[in-house]
Every structure is written in C-alpha cells, then in structure tokens.
Design a protein around this ligand. Structure first.
Ligand code: HEC
Ligand code: HEC
Length: 304
C-alpha cells in the first residue's frame, strides 16, 4: 500500500515536473523576426539613436560615472550597477564587445533573442530587471541597427558580478512562469491612428521603458498595466515616482523637461530621472515632442 502510494506520488511529481518544464520553456524568436533581422540594411548611426532612446547606458555603464558624464564614457558598457528589489539585488552585467567578459562573440540573432525575449544564448531566462518586457515591442530593424552600433563600441574587460538573489528566485527556470503572466506582445495602451502619437507610444512602450519606473508593480514584480504610468513607490527608497503626464504640464513642458531636465517651476530632475534626461537629451527633438504628445493624450483617454 505504502509502496503504491509512493509510486503514485512519484508519478504525480514527474507529471508536475513535466508540466513545469513545458510551461517554463524559453520562447524563440519567430521566423518572421529572424528574417526581418537579417533582411534589414543595418545602420550604426540609426542604432545610436535607438541606444539613447532605449537607455541601455543608464544601467550598463560604469556605476561610478558622474551625472552628465561625456557620451563616450557612457558608451563603455562595463556593467556593475546594482538594482535592489524585493527579490534580492541584481547587478547589470558587462555587455561591451569584449569577447570574454562582454558579448563580443555573440551573433545578431542571439542579441535579439536576449533583448526582445529575455533569453540567453544558452537558453536561460533573464531576470526582468533587464527590461525586455519593453524591448519585446521593438522593431527588428531597430534591434539590427542597435547591433550595428554595438560593433563601434569599445571593449572593456571588467568581469560581471553575480546577482545576490536567494532561492527560489535564484532558479532561473521559474522565470518562464513569470513571463507567461508578464511578457505581453501587445501594448498596454490602445493603438493611435495619428503618426506622432504612434511614434510617441513606440518610444515610451518599446524603447524608453518609462513604465518600468512610473507604473506600480504587483506582488510578483509584474507591471500593473491597468495603472499604466500612474506613479509608483520608489524602489530606491525615497519618495514616490510621479504619475505621467504630470498635472498641469503641457506637451511643450514635458518635451522641454526631457531635453533640459528643468520642470516648469525651474526645479531640476533628480534621482534616476537625471540619467533618463541624459539619454533623452540625445534623441531627436521630434521624438521628444512625440513622447510628450503621447503622454498628454493619455490624460484625455486614460487607461484601457
Ligand atoms: C533597467 C536596467 C537595464 C536597462 C535599461 C538595460 N539593461 Fe541589459 N540587463 C540588465 C540586467 C540587470 C541584466 C542581467 C539580467 C540577468 O542576469 O538575468 C541585463 C542583461 C543584459 C544582457 C545579457 C548579458 C549576458 O551576458 O548574458 C544583454 C545582452 C543586455 N542586457 C543588453 C541590453 C541592451 C541592448 C539594452 C538597451 C536596449 C539594455 N540591456 C538595457 C539591466 C538593464
Ligand atoms: C529609472 C527610473 C525612471 C525611468 C526609466 C523614467 N523615469 Fe521619469 N522619473 C523618475 C523619477 C525618480 C522622477 C522624479 C524626479 C525628481 O524627483 O526630480 C521622474 C520624473 C519624471 C517627470 C517629471 C514629473 C514631475 O511631476 O515632476 C517626467 C515628465 C518623467 N519622469 C517622464 C519620463 C519619461 C517620458 C520616461 C521614459 C522616456 C521616464 N520618465 C523614465 C524615474 C524614472
């Protein structure tokens, strides 16, 4: 009897294990995406614009860079910045083109798979501290341009630091389940017909990852899409991250803030927003205007 029971439990465990394995399987890029990546006539200069819009330097540049450091210094992607969370502390890895300590020996499909699906070349899930939940919406053309720009960046041999995350979160396979609930291939806000608003939506939802800070998270660390950009507690501890668009700001005010860091009251942007402004000051003026227009449009047509 005991033997039979143990046998039954073992069978159940194997079935549960099998289901878990299936449910946590890393996704692959679609054949269409792969074809679009290789068909794109990649342009490193366009890739630099994607780099600033997507804010890769905010997380992957050296932790001791002073605010307002020269763009050349912010392009050395040594890694090492820490990201405290409820699940432990994550460290951004070296993603410079160094073949040993960075990603110099990667291919474009491997790069795209990491950035757009959060899956490593070895098939492991990345933690969502890496905002692939945003970059999944990027166009293959932008990712191919970004990779072309990568080939112009300096290599750096700083070793990456291991994350400080305890069990069960140290078990990456479990992130496959998290992705089933939190990795969406549609936008959080409804589509816009207007070209400027659609561009602003792309810059915010596919590249700028504004929501990663400005949207509250649920108990499992997923973004609460029903509270899109509604403001959130600051994981760095101090105060709240404000709601977007800020009350009383015009589209002009927002675009000016993204360019200069000055609020309409002539305060300067502080905290992590200072790094974001550093990136935003380097994108094209019509792109800043498009972000501002999209944010103001959310005020008149709030969350879905
Ligand atoms: C909010 C911070 C943040 C931003 C912004 C960010 N990353 Fe990361 N990135 C991380 C963290 C943290 C990891 C480690 C994830 C892990 O180990 O699971 C990571 C991992 C990676 C990896 C995997 C490296 C490896 O050795 O396996 C690549 C590639 C990468 N990021 C590229 C990018 C690119 C390209 C951008 C901009 C489009 C970007 N990241 C923006 C935080 C960030
Ligand atoms: C890494 C976290 C982070 C990201 C990413 C981020 N923000 Fe912010 N944002 C902040 C913080 C923190 C503040 C508060 C700054 C301060 O106190 O001076 C802020 C402030 C702002 C403000 C001023 C609001 C006010 O009421 O004063 C605007 C506008 C803004 N962000 C827009 C954006 C846009 C647009 C994006 C995406 C391109 C973005 N943010 C991405 C953290 C972030």
């Amino acid at each position: 009897m005991i033997g039979r029971l143990a046998g039954g439990v073992a069978v159940l465990a194997v079935l549960a294990g099998g289901a878990f394995w299936m449910l946590t399987q890393p996704a692959s890029l679609s054949d269409e995406t792969l074809a679009a990546l290789s068909a794109h006539d990649a342009d490193a200069q366009a890739g630099e614009a994607v780099f600033w819009a997507a804010g890769c330097a905010s997380c992957h540049s050296a932790p001791d860079l002073a605010p307002g450091a020269a763009p050349e210094a912010r392009m050395v992607l040594t890694g090492g910045r820490s990201f405290p969370s409820d699940f432990g502390t994550f460290y951004a890895p070296n993603i410079s083109p160094d073949p040993e300590h960075g990603i110099g020996d990667w291919t474009l499909p491997q790069f795209a798979h990491a950035v757009m699906q959060g899956v490593s070349p070895e098939g492991a899930h990345y933690y969502p501290a890496f905002p692939y939940t945003t970059y999944i919406h990027a166009t293959p053309g932008d990712i191919a341009d970004l990779w072309a720009f990568w080939q112009t960046l300096p290599a750096d041999a700083t070793p990456s630091r291991a994350h400080d995350v305890g069990f069960p979160f140290s078990f990456r396979r479990g992130l496959g389940l998290w992705k089933r609930f939190n990795l969406h291939d549609d936008y959080a806000t409804p589509a816009f017909d207007d070209a400027e608003l659609a561009r602003g939506q792309y810059l915010v939802e596919a590249l700028g990852h504004c929501a990663e800070c400005h949207t509250p998270r649920d108990a499992l660390g997923g973004l609460e899409r029903g509270q899109w950009l509604a403001g959130a507690p600051n994981p760095a501890g101090e105060g709240r991250i404000p709601a977007l668009p800020p009350e009383g700001w015009s589209a002009f005010d927002i675009a000016a803030y993204l360019e200069t860091g000055f609020t309409p009251e002539f305060d300067t942007a502080g905290g992590e927003m200072a790094d974001v402004i550093d990136n935003m000051s380097r994108i094209a003026a019509p792109d800043r205007a498009a972000i501002a227009a999209y944010l103001v449009a959310l005020r008149s047509s709030p969350n879905p």
